[in-house]
Design a protein around this ligand. Sequence first.
Ligand SMILES: [Zn+2]
Length: 382
Amino acid sequence: MKKSKLVIILVSCIALLAVILFVCSFFILKQAKETREEARQMAMEALDETREAEEKETVQPEETQDNTEDTQDSIIAFEDTQDNIFIIQEANIRTEPSTDAEIIETAPKSKLFKRTGISTDWSRLEYNGQTCYVSNDLISTEMPADAVNGELLENGTGDAGVTEQTAGKVVVIDPGHQGQGDSGQEPIGPGASQTKPRVSSGTSGSVSGLDEYELNLIVSLQLRTELESRGYTVYMTRETHEVSMSNKERADYAAAQGGDIFVRIHANGSEDSSVSGALTMAPSDANPFLSQDLITKSQALSQCVIDSYVAATGFNNQGVYMTDDMSGINWCSMPVTIVEMGYMSNASDDAAMADASMQANMVDGIANGIDQYFASQGSFKN
Ligand SMILES: [Zn+2]
């Protein structure tokens, strides 16, 4: 081989090696650059993640706030109202509108509350100066018609906040009968041909020795005091036994005083001494002397009074007796009821009615019924 050929081969090899080295270093450099890029990118991503994490941390309190707002939004919205409701079945009165909330008390059927707000499911109540709540499923704006003996109303039931609202309401009390009966006749109603004694002499106690007119006045005077303490204006048809006032004249007197209701206090008598219990009397739907409005309201008043009365006294509930034969009802121009407090012909009733502590219960019961009647009419205000 020639020396020049060897040189050419050697140079070519060196050149080839150089090219290879160049190419290799190019790729190595490129690789390194890519690795750096990747590392940088990873670092950036890591940084981003850290930032995101930091952002999340700073955002978190806002999210918490949002949650709080959501919770507040879910708190029940109450529309303000001003009315009265009755418990229609035993109901838990709670501190918050939730079945998880603390129970303030378990209210009995027929109990009256002042309502200040209403939502879909709950009513907000004002009770003993406290705001509380009851489920709408357990209440009504009308007194339960089937409230019966034994479901005791607490004394002063519902009079929190009611007292001021009763101001302006006029109750006329008629202590039935008088010292001397008057057998003179008067028509039993406007335009009636049928007549009855102006005022009968009433019954008398089988064991108490009281005459009915005496018991009626004793209870009526206490009822006046109780009603006045609840904010009512009260008039009495009589305050002594020495009067001469027919049943029609008593109804006329009630009208002249501008009464809102006329409450006639009597005690019952029966030939059967075993008969006991209380009842109220109201005009029937067929009463020819009174408007349908007066009839309906008199029946409502009678129902409220008898239910509250037997709840407070434990007397047998003989319910509302419908009659169109009572002059003092038929001549009336306002809602009226006759309360037959019990049977003086029954030893147990008679002794109970003559007892001062029972009289306090009787008076409370009648007054509660009057409160509930006005509440059931939707408003205490004229
Ligand atoms: Zn009587």
